[in-house]
Design a protein around this ligand. Structure first.
Ligand code: KG4
Ligand code: ZN
Length: 351
């Protein structure tokens, strides 16, 4: 099987080819510099950029891999959640190509693909618990199989990455500020200065907006005026008080996530493996805290390589390969699903 994966859900246009479970090629065009000018992703611009790049990227992928286009028999495309205009560019391209090549088509849940990306470098352990932390989502899942992934918890407001990016913005880090804030945090002294949010309940949901407001208020009351050059490019130039704030905020986010993962593992007592995915999976403090937890519980922790933690076409191609191997596909009329709506499990079995 040769599966083409297409990802256009947010601000990365990316395509990849997976042949019999192995990644054969991967291309990506990021729009982050364009959106950084506006301090966040501008949906209309994002879809136009996808439209501008998708054809060229496909040609580049075929050129690089030197594979015959007619060997592509499976096309997987991120169908949601994401920005609707952006998703439609990828889905329309995928559907047209599927007709042209007479290939099967599979609409992939972008969030599930993030978790399944671990399979690009190692065997995915099933059943397992999955923590997905990105700029748009903070979810906990139970994974039984590539097509049986149950959501156990979600964020009620800001995603962890969103909260980090907003605080990064207040401190003068270019968007998205998560990676730089993490670098700054590693130079500071963490304290548990901020209350860990939304833990006094019985559920596996998250709420980061209160923590974000508490940190923003702290910045307003204790760190103003910010006497350093912005946008920040070198965190070693930051005052100690800013580094310490980043360390404390980073710790609060990581500890909150890990406490809920621990709670989920107490509910799902048969699970022995934890998957961590999404852009925030790169966070040093989160990795450290989760490594400690899984070690203490004698469980294994699995994280995709950093390149495949953020949005990419390889994870879509790989998820498509796994689903096609289970005999699943879609008809051409499958729907594209924007953020906030549930993605139906509406695959049909291959005839
Ligand atoms: O998964 P992703 O590429 O985008 C979405 O699908 O949303 O994740 C991007 C997010 C951004 O919020 C970015 O600031 C954050 O991941 N991020 C980090 C780190 N590296 C990237 N957050 C915290 N620590 C990091 N090291
Ligand atoms: Zn994503």
């Amino acid at each position: 099987m040769l599966c083409l994966g297409i990802e256009t859900s947010c601000d990365e246009t990316s395509l990849a080819l997976v042949g019999d479970g192995e990644l054969l090629g991967h291309v990506l065009a990021s729009q982050s510099e364009l959106h950084a000018l506006f301090g966040g992703v501008v949906p209309e611009l994002a879809s136009r950029e996808h439209y501008r790049y998708i054809g060229k990227l496909f040609d580049e992928l075929m050129q690089r891999t030197q594979l015959d286009i007619h060997a592509i028999n499976t096309i997987a495309v991120a169908r949601g959640p994401g920005l609707l205009g952006s998703l439609l560019v990828g889905v329309a391209f995928a559907k047209a190509l599927a007709i042209g090549l007479n290939a099967r088509i599979i609409g992939v849940n972008h969030l599930h693909a993030h978790l399944l990306a671990v399979g690009l470098t190692q065997k995915i352990p099933f059943p397992s618990l999955g923590l997905l932390v990105s700029g748009g989502h903070t979810n906990i899942y139970r994974l039984e199989a590539p097509n049986r992934i149950e959501q156990l918890g979600k964020t009620l407001d800001d995603a962890a990455g969103e909260a980090v990016d907003k605080i990064g913005n207040l401190l003068g880090f270019p968007y998205p500020g998560g990676a730089l804030l993490d670098q700054a945090a590693q130079l500071g002294k963490p304290s548990l200065a901020f209350t860990l949010p939304y833990l006094h309940n019985n559920n596996l949901d998250f709420s980061f907006s209160g923590l974000k407001t508490a940190v923003a208020t702290y910045i307003q009351q204790n760190l103003q005026p910010l006497n350093y050059a912005r946008p920040v490019t070198d965190v070693t130039t930051l005052p100690a008080a800013v580094l310490d704030l980043c360390a404390s905020f980073n710790l609060a986010i990581a500890k909150t996530l890990v406490i809920k993962v621990h709670r989920a593992l107490e509910h799902e007592r048969d699970l022995q493996h934890v998957l961590l995915a999404g852009g925030v999976a790169a966070n040093s403090c989160l990795r450290q805290e989760l490594t400690q937890l899984t070690h203490d519980l004698h469980m294994s922790l699995h994280v995709p390589t950093p390149l495949f933690c953020t949005d990419n076409g390889a994870m879509i191609a790989y998820a498509g390969y796994l689903l096609a191997n289970l005999g699943l596909e879609h008809d051409l009329d499958f729907e594209t699903i924007p953020r906030g709506r549930i993605i139906p499990n509406d695959y049909k079995s291959q005839s």
